[in-house]
Design a protein around this ligand. Sequence first.
Ligand code: ADP
Ligand code: F6P
Length: 333
Amino acid sequence: MMRKIGILTSGGDAPGMNAAVRAVVRTAQYCNVGVMGIMRGYHGLIRNEIFELNPRSVADVIHRGGTILKSARSMQFKTPEGQDKAVKNLNDAGIEGLVVIGGDGSFQGALALQSRGIKIVGIPGTIDNDIPCTDYTIGFDTAINTVVDAINKIRDTATSHERVYVVEVMGRNSGYIALYAGLAGGAESILIPEIPTNLDDIVQRIHTSYELGKAHSIIVVAEGYSGDPEAGRDVEHSAAFRVGSYVKDKTGFETRVTILGHIQRGGNPTVMDRILASRMGEKAVRLLVQDKSGFMVGITNNQITAVNLEYALAQEKQVDLGFHELAHMLSST
Ligand code: ADP
Ligand code: F6P
């Protein structure tokens, strides 16, 4: 019987991570298992930033964005020496199983720990929804609601001024946020890395819409659209500015660019994210208590699942191309 587990959050934070931490701590208490919180992901693990959590430690966090355990990226953890140190600290703290909440990078780290004898379970927490073998990741629903709220506001001013607006959203190399928020926000065009799009087709759509009496247009662009999400850190080279200047030059329409940035990562988690996090947190503990290691918790057709983590990471998550066609069809007249 496992007596003590650890939990950490790693990589980009996501709304709902706190709800998952809460579910892990309280399920563990229910199963008579102790929980140690590890601060700042693998960075804190190497530095031995480990402390005891009890059910009261996670009071009043279900509604908060960010992560009370904080998050960090650690280059040192990618080295064998860093991983040895991490394992030593886990062993010294009496941690027999570890719950890792994060994205694919964090899961690679979890697998490295598993290969060194630590029992691990992963919970997908990232706004990008880019993890295979799960329909949704924690934080995605909140992020797309934030984006749609922003698009609604931009729509007000876009229609008043009869302008073209290019809105850049996050997602690293994935178009999920752009696709869902674009469809729900009624965007006229959606540009994502998974679907190569000729910008002249977008220009043509704007002209056609204009002839049909639509004088404004909202183009949602995923940050990874032009193949380099990092370019978004350098505003002039961001996907949105490139698209915006091309469209402006070709159409002559007044064009504005908005990069939503990190507001997409914050805010109170939606009901859907809180429920998802609560269910996934519970499942993660149940797996460890049953001595099961190497799994990722997922959700498929509203059923919580346990998938082999190594297998999951080897798969490719496909976006639903039908969403793209539907969004374009519904906004073309
Ligand atoms: P995410 O989990 O959101 O994908 P990152 O890719 O930044 O975020 O990964 C988070 C952390 O996980 C990294 O800072 C690093 O410490 C660890 N990590 C990432 N990739 C690996 C890997 N291949 N092997 C071991 N650890 C890794
Ligand atoms: O993975 C989550 C994410 O927000 C991506 O959408 C984005 O590309 C990246 O993290 C931003 O990272 P940082 O916080 O380092 O700017």
